[in-house]
Design a protein around this ligand. Sequence first.
Ligand code: DGL
Length: 270
Amino acid sequence: MDNRPIGFFDSGLGGLTSIPHIMRELPKERIIFFGDTARTPYGSKSPDTIRQFTMQIGDFLIKQGVKMIVIACNTVSATCVEDLRKAYPDIPVIGVISPTAKVIANKCNMNDHIGIIATKVTVKSNAYEQKINEKHPGLKLYSKACPAFVPLIEEGIIDNEIMDLTVKYYLDDFIRENQINRLVLGCTHYPLISDNLKRIYPELRIISSSKEVATAVHIELEKREMFAAEREGENVFYASDLSENFVNMIQNILGRQKEELNIRFKNLDI
Ligand code: DGL
């Protein structure tokens, strides 16, 4: 048993989409979340910059006494999961891509046409293709970078025509030409537009990296016998820019009022 908190982070608010899954599955676990809202998006930045930001966040979470670090961001998982593991060898570091790739390899078959949508950095890394091929070679994989999704989501431009047009701009041809029947949300921001996706492409079957990372946390805690016996203290949600939008999104995603949530500002540059 281990009552220390679990540290989650993302480039912004996207990683929050994995938190309801954790709260449902593991209600005794205490969560420390950090969203780098001041520097989002990471998905079009260079690997060196992403690595530098990531190590700052890792150090911050370690100072909070976390028992595990969960990279609730595909872009960081594609870039520097091993750097974090080397820097903090005493605690488990879980990325989103391996667990999601495992589910894809298990659930999909040779008849599937699997579309992976993600940031530019994630697509360029080929991390999904590599991990899926290790487990299930020969699956038909097609990837597509959708760099405008994250800035629009961070701005709260979701439930409207602008987002629908952006979805169609990126995906209409991609889905038709490649006969995609399964769509992998390879960015933890994208569950926030899953209603748009389901409405526009009702026939698609969706796999979400946000849900799969929560399952991976459960499995890892069980394997290491690190479940919390009881919740010691409140969950805390840090952001490097406490914008109105971040606060609104936390309330929406977690279904609570801001007064009930412990939301704090933390600037990592200071
Ligand atoms: N949620 C991040 C991911 O899963 C978003 C990346 C970004 O900041 O561009 O890749």
